[in-house]
Design a protein around this ligand. Structure first.
Ligand SMILES: C[S@@+](CC[C@H](N)C(=O)[O-])C[C@H]1O[C@@H](n2cnc3c(N)ncnc32)[C@H](O)[C@@H]1O
Length: 294
């Protein structure tokens, strides 16, 4: 009996977005996934809220082709750039806090082979100026990026007492690790009111829009959260409204990142329902072909 080897899946000739097969493309379109991050290195632990590189890699593989350029305006300790380096993409990260930028630079230096990974210190609200300075030293930084993936501060979540955050804080404080990003006045986690925090994010992502190739995407990882008073602040949903009603982005839906290994906190028992937030939204925004700059 003759055996025929399965035919390798071909990429669609009209696929301008990524290097995936049809099957791989389809798999990514499911709107939820479970991702439990691996343990962090000592250096990574210096940052109170990084996201996992493996999660970013899946998004980079869907929203870019190898060799393209990725931007992260809130790059923290450089997880987006590490994932970019590992998957053959180049990246630019902006970070306000010099100590985190230094960790990001050290991490990407160890991974960047064959790609460019650049970290600039600065305020994302002033993104065009920060990139302008970076471009003077590195003329290879493109005028338009192919994709942006980022996670901004979740307003004052790290500094105000909310169920769940306190226990993480206590554990970090005991080990002498930072529990907030900084006390810098430009740190969006230190904005005194929620409205001005959202407006500042709107400004950042309008800059990102102008810096994005038409027909390409932005992914923002965000979460709804409890207020110290016990209500829910729907930050992820407010952000969609901010970027689409006042900003020029088109919302293309979400993928929900479920965390399945976090311990459950007993917050409201036995009186009221209090959610254990063990998921984040990966919010997907699109700049249409022919989309005009704001
Ligand atoms: C959620 S963390 C991002 C973590 C990053 N995804 C990682 O995995 O390392 C948000 C980052 O935004 C930075 N940040 C806060 N305000 C900023 C601003 N105005 N401009 C640039 N970065 C800022 C914080 O210092 C923090 O590192």
């Amino acid at each position: 009996m003759s055996q025929t080897a399965p035919r390798p899946e071909r990429r669609h000739p009209k696929n301008q977005l990524n290097d995936l097969t049809g099957r791989e493309w389809l798999r990514f379109t499911r709107t939820w996934f479970v991702h439990d991050p691996p343990p962090r290195s000592r250096e990574e632990l210096e940052h109170p809220a990084k996201y996992p590189e493996g999660l970013v890699t899946d998004f980079l593989r869907f929203f870019t082709k190898a060799g393209e350029w990725v931007l992260d305006p809130f790059c923290g300790v450089g997880s987006t750039l590490v994932a970019a380096a590992r998957s053959g993409r180049s990246g630019v990260g902006i970070e306000l806090v010099p100590a985190f930028a230094a960790v990001a630079r050290r991490r990407v230096a160890a991974e960047a082979a064959g790609t460019r990974q650049l970290v600039a210190e600065g305020d994302a609200v002033r993104l065009p100026e920060v990139l302008g300075r970076l471009r003077q030293a590195h003329p290879e930084v493109p005028a338009r990026f192919d994709f942006t993936m980022t996670s901004p501060p979740y307003w004052d979540m790290l500094s105000k007492s909310r169920g769940g955050v306190e226990s993480v804080h206590k554990r970090r404080a005991k080990r002498g690790l930072a529990t907030t990003y900084s006390d810098h006045p430009d740190d969006l986690g230190n904005r005194p009111d929620y409205g001005s925090f959202l407006a500042a994010l709107g400004e950042v992502f309008r800059h990102v829009y102008a810096l994005t190739r038409p027909g390409r995407y932005l992914v923002v990882v965000a979460q709804n959260m409890r207020t110290p008073a016990g209500a829910v602040q729907p930050f992820a949903w407010d952000l969609v409204r901010e970027l689409t009603e006042r900003g020029p982005w088109v919302f293309h839906g979400e993928r929900i990142w479920c965390q399945d290994s976090k311990p459950l906190g007993i917050w409201g028992y036995p009186k009221v329902f209090v959610p254990n937030y063990h998921h984040h939204y990966c919010l997907i925004f699109y700049k249409p072909e022919g989309g005009r700059d704001p």
